[in-house]
Design a binder for this molecule. Structure first.
Ligand code: ZN
Length: 84
């Protein structure tokens, strides 16, 4: 009885809308939770800090990107700016 059930992803995300929206949202969240490649050091250590803000756990590179996935275009532009 004292078992703690892990809430399912679908249970956490209560998105209004049709099935297609929900399905898309789940895939977005799944991508969001994945580690992304850092545009600076190239390590797969980028995690979402908040909406649109991403941070690399390896080199501490913080950059703004998409709300759910770090935009590589933005990342590349930022990396170029940092390098000079
Ligand atoms: Zn990095």
């Amino acid at each position: 009885m004292g078992k703690r059930r892990r809430p399912k992803l679908t249970a956490i995300i209560r998105t209004r809308g049709g099935l297609s929206v929900r399905r898309r949202w789940i895939s977005i969240v799944a991508k969001m939770r994945e580690r992304h490649t850092c545009p600076r050091c190239g390590m797969k250590a980028v995690k979402r800090v908040s909406v649109g803000v991403w941070e690399c756990r390896k080199c501490g590179f913080k950059f703004s990107g998409g709300a759910y996935t770090p935009s590589t275009k933005v990342g590349e532009a930022m990396a170029k700016k940092v390098k000079g």
